[in-house]
Design a protein around this ligand. Structure first.
Ligand code: FAD
Ligand code: NDP
Length: 514
């Protein structure tokens, strides 16, 4: 109690500008209190937080070039080959649509308007490089030792580090955090897939336009990439093996793909690739099978982008030998609620950990909380429920909580109430844009306080809209509280506060009037 009181008083002093003395846990018989393997979203957040709390920390980050030989700097997937370049290229595509709208709003834009890949790519790549540099500076500022080396475990406290020139050393640590993320999968059973295809690890770093592109896979990565390629004027086809956006609400998923089809992306539904060959012209000839008719088809493309999922980077860490248990099917590290692996002083966070959402904010938040627990500063665990997310397709889709299917499965169809609305974003009106797929769905418990179980939104700025309502979710909000929330007019988000037609009623859910 006395210890708590004095620490509490110290925190109080801090608010008056006094510096809280750092608790140096000192590495003792180890080189470091904490060594983090992987300097991506989770690893950087964890190492910086731990250092801030007085721990002696090192972080190893090493980028193995892609199959095509693409390389990048510090910061992991999100910064270099994920969220950031993806969102910027999505923005490039949105600007193309905005230019079409602009004419209706009176802007005189000389025709033809064209897009230059090289200019976009260079600007995006330069921004990413600035983030790489920013991360290095932050590590230095927080006194985290950055080792541009590939790590693997020798035993539970010893890490073997190897740099690009093959120079080796070992470091020891009281605790080890594994945060090595994942890399794109290739369908190695498809001849020519590895030789001629690219992955999202390459796309954002291409100096030349990928041209006419076949995107194989219809989840987040496939749809987002095909969406922005179409948006910047390229011919893009998505090959879908089964359904799009598996795991998401399937009504919403259909709206997303319907909009994409209307917007110019082609879809080959129920098809799987058979082989990829390079023709003397340099074009790629793809042969695929329609799984329904069993018929084979062929078409030529400039590029084939594999977006068939990601594998965790666990193979070269020597985990099994040290006793860290992996899931035999996924290769991911099995972790407890506190991110601990089967070896007590080894933890895993982010994309390599089993049953965790593969998203940057969850990796960051989990990393920070873990650092606080390791430093003895807190016992708070990461809450992985109700994580909001957005798919940045041409019509963005944001959601938090359960899909309608999952709510039905868990609660029973008769025990849930689904409110829905088709709305028209104001910005679509003058621009004469079709709003058929702009839709909102709120899934609630039917009885009691009608607690909100799931919230789904397609439309402009879906990420911004969903982020706000995610707070309500954290607080366990009800349908009544949603309706009591005063809207901001005129916005798309306000439609959520007005939602009042139930699916069960069968009434027309089209929003009319202001
Ligand atoms: P990573 O960020 O992948 O970092 C792992 C790091 O460890 C890498 O730098 C890797 O090179 C390094 N490493 C691997 N092995 C070793 C080793 N042995 N030694 C040293 N270093 C090693 N999430 C979102 O929230 N929003 C988005 O919009 C979004 N868009 C995405 C778009 C794409 C195309 C992709 C592929 C992913 C996207 N994600 C998005 C997911 C997000 O990028 C990941 O969930 C996040 O980066 C995971 O963080 P992490 O710390 O687990 O691993
Ligand atoms: P997913 O594992 O989610 O999806 C893989 C897709 O590829 C599915 O459509 C799957 O089809 C298909 N597929 C798999 N194997 C084959 C094959 N052999 N032939 C044809 N199709 C195949 O992977 P993603 O790479 O899209 O995403 C990985 C993770 O990255 C996501 O879960 C997400 O968390 C994160 N991410 C987040 C983003 C965001 O927040 N906006 C954006 C991008 C990624 P099927 O359904 O039939 O199995």
């Amino acid at each position: 109690m006395a210890a708590f009181y004095s620490r509490h008083r110290l925190k109080h002093w801090c608010s008056f500008g006094f510096q809280l003395p750092k608790r140096n846990l000192t590495a003792g018989k180890f080189d470091y209190d904490l060594v983090v393997i992987g300097g991506g979203s989770g690893g950087l957040a964890c190492s910086k937080e731990a250092a801030q709390l007085g721990q002696k920390v090192a972080v190893l980050d090493y980028v193995e070039p892609s199959v095509r030989g693409t390389k990048w700097g510090l910061g992991g997937t999100c910064v270099n080959v994920g969220c950031i370049p993806k969102k910027l290229m999505h923005q490039a595509a949105l600007l193309g649509s905005a230019m079409k709208d602009a004419k209706k709003y009176g802007w005189q834009i000389p025709e033809p308007v064209s897009h230059d890949w090289a200019t976009m790519a260079e600007a995006v790549q330069n921004y990413v490089r600035s983030l790489n540099w920013g991360h290095r500076v932050q590590l230095q500022d927080r006194k985290v030792k950055y080792l541009n080396m590939k790590g693997s475990l020798v035993d539970e406290h010893t890490i073997r580090c190897v740099n690009a020139r093959g120079k080796e050393m070992t470091v020891t640590a009281r605790n080890v955090v594994l945060a090595t993320g994942g890399r794109p999968k290739y369908p190695t059973h498809v001849p020519g897939a590895l030789e001629f295809g690219i992955s999202s690890d390459d796309l954002f770093w291409l100096k030349e336009s990928p041209g006419k592109t076949l995107v194989v896979g219809a989840s987040y990565v496939g749809l987002e990439c095909a969406g922005f390629l179409t948006g910047i004027g390229l011919d893009a086809t998505v090959m879908v093996r089964s359904i799009a956006l598996r795991g998401f609400d399937q009504q919403m998923s259909r709206l997303v793909t319907e909009y994409m089809e209307a917007y110019g992306t082609r879809f080959s539904w129920g098809c799987v690739p058979k082989k990829v060959e390079k023709l003397p012209s340099g074009l790629l000839q793809v042969t695929w099978t329609d799984t329904q008719s069993r018929q084979e088809h062929q078409e030529t493309f400039d590029s084939v982008l594999w977006a068939v999922g990601r594998s965790p980077e666990t193979k070269t860490l020597n985990l099994k030998q040290v006793g860290v248990k992996l899931n035999g099917d996924t290769g991911k590290v099995i972790v407890a609620d506190d991110e601990r692996t089967s070896v007590p002083n080894i933890y895993a966070i982010g994309d390599i950990a089993q049953s965790r959402p593969e998203l940057t904010p969850t990796a960051i938040h989990a990393g920070r909380l873990l650092a606080r627990r390791l430093a003895g500063d807190s016992s708070k665990l990461m809450d992985y429920d109700n994580v909001p997310t957005t798919v940045f397709t041409p019509l963005e889709y944001g959601c938090v909580g359960l899909s309608e299917e999952e709510a039905e499965r868990r609660y029973g169809k008769d025990n849930i109430e689904v409110y829905h609305a088709f709305y028209k974003p104001l910005e679509f009106t003058v621009a004469e844009r079709d709003a058929s797929q702009c839709y909102i769905k709120v899934v609630c418990e039917r009885d009691g306080g009608q607690r909100v179980l799931g919230l789904h939104f397609t439309g402009p700025n879906a990420g911004e809209v969903t982020q706000g309502f995610a707070l309500g979710f954290q607080c366990g909000f009800t349908y009544a509280q949603l309706r009591e929330t005063v809207g901001i007019h005129p916005t798309c988000a306000e439609e959520l506060t007005k939602i009042n037609i139930t699916k069960r009623s069968g009434l027309d859910a089209t929003v009319t009037g202001c």
